[in-house]
Design a protein. Structure first.
Length: 109
């Protein structure tokens, strides 16, 4: 007996949900996880967007007046660590547009 459309969709959702959970626990990038499990990356991304609900925490940039910071001969970089385990180190003289593009890209993952 043929499966109904709803049954097929439920099976696909279960399959992709298992892989999304596996990826989240693996510590791998999406691309590497897909490569190791012979998955097509754009399908993984499609199902991840359907299954994983976006968190409501907005991303915003805040201007920092660097004149208030002490300067050293070899200053340590600023570090930005997110709850998604991203770590960005920002050295003196960074390009703020590149940082903004990086944050936008990370938000899309």
């Amino acid at each position: 007996m043929d499966k109904t459309r709803a049954e097929e969709l439920a099976e696909k959702r279960k399959f992709w949900n298992g892989h999304i959970e596996g990826w989240q626990e693996s510590g791998l990038t999406q691309v590497e996880y897909c490569r190791q499990h012979n998955l097509i990356h754009h399908r993984f991304t499609y199902w991840k967007r359907r299954i994983v609900k976006p968190q409501e925490a907005p991303v915003s940039l805040v201007q920092i007046n660097m004149a208030n910071f002490h300067t050293h001969a070899n200053p340590s970089p600023l570090r930005l660590v997110t709850d998604n385990a991203y770590r960005i180190e920002i050295n003196r003289g960074f390009d703020p547009v590149a940082l903004q593009q990086l944050l936008y890209t990370l938000k899309q993952l």
